[in-house]
Design a protein. Structure first.
Length: 254
């Protein structure tokens, strides 16, 4: 009996290893492609800062390999994003055998909307928050103090913010699946609204720089997304009840 239980576990590990190897190869190929355009990709990344820097100012790097390493990091992140559909497909091949038939149909919408919301959140940060935030921070420069942003600091700061906005914009998708699992309802979300608003400002304070303006620019959309999530939860709950009704009728007939 012990051997019988051990075999499926080992087969799952082998399947996971195959998927991880495939994902690594896919990301590796995408990384090589992106590295060809690494300089241009980095130019796009620094554009929000470049537009608000005083004329003649530029980013600096103080460590000789710093620029090369930054190009590698930019290429890797761009490669992961480029290979995202392939990564989701491989994860789907690994997870699908353990799902019920009616659960499998949610995978494509999940991948699609998760990607759209993540990219949308990152673009919001890039086009809306970055120009405003960088202009605010550079405003502290004067005749005695001059800003000298480094490549390393800017890369870490910008990537952190882009991922932060991308992640928080996933709230509607998370609420949809929590509703489907019966963990939350729209009524529960309504009752917790005041605590949720407080929590959004706490999350914004943790994920963004320590200035009120940037925190509000994250907390504001997050509150709107929370209200949208309430509507999504209501629709998801209604749809779940409609799906469960025929199964209950079948049980009664039996």
């Amino acid at each position: 009996m012990h051997e019988e239980e051990k075999q499926p576990f080992l087969s799952h590990l082998e399947e996971l290893r195959k998927r991880l190897v495939a994902i690594s190869i896919g990301v590796g190929v995408a990384f090589v492609i992106c590295y060809i355009f690494s300089e241009r990709l980095f130019q796009y990344l620094i554009l929000p800062l470049k537009t608000v820097l005083p004329e003649g100012d530029r980013l600096i790097f103080t460590n000789l390999p710093e620029m090369f390493i930054t190009y590698l990091k930019v290429s890797l992140i761009a490669g992961i994003l480029l290979a995202a559909p392939f990564i989701f497909y491989e994860l789907w091949l690994f997870i699908a055998p353990g799902l019920y038939q009616r659960e499998k149909r949610y995978v494509i919408p999940f991948v699609l909307f998760s990607t759209i919301l993540f990219v949308g959140g990152s673009l919001f940060g890039y086009f809306v928050v970055f120009p405003f935030g960088f202009k605010f921070f550079l405003g502290f420069s004067n005749e005695y103090v001059k800003a000298l942003p480094s490549v390393k600091q800017y890369f870490s700061f910008s990537i952190k913010l882009l991922f932060a906005f991308g992640v928080v914009f996933e709230l509607p998708v998370v609420v949809f699946f929590l509703t489907k699992m019966g963990i939350v309802t729209s009524d529960f979300l309504k009752k917790q609204r005041k605590y949720a608003i407080l929590l959004t400002f706490v999350i914004a304070a943790i994920l963004t720089p320590p200035d009120v303006a940037t925190q509000c620019m994250m907390a504001g959309p997050l509150i709107i997304l929370y209200e949208i999530s309430i509507l999504i939860s209501r629709m998801a709950r209604k749809k779940k009840q409609d799906e469960d009704a025929p199964e209950e009728d079948k049980k009664e007939e039996a």
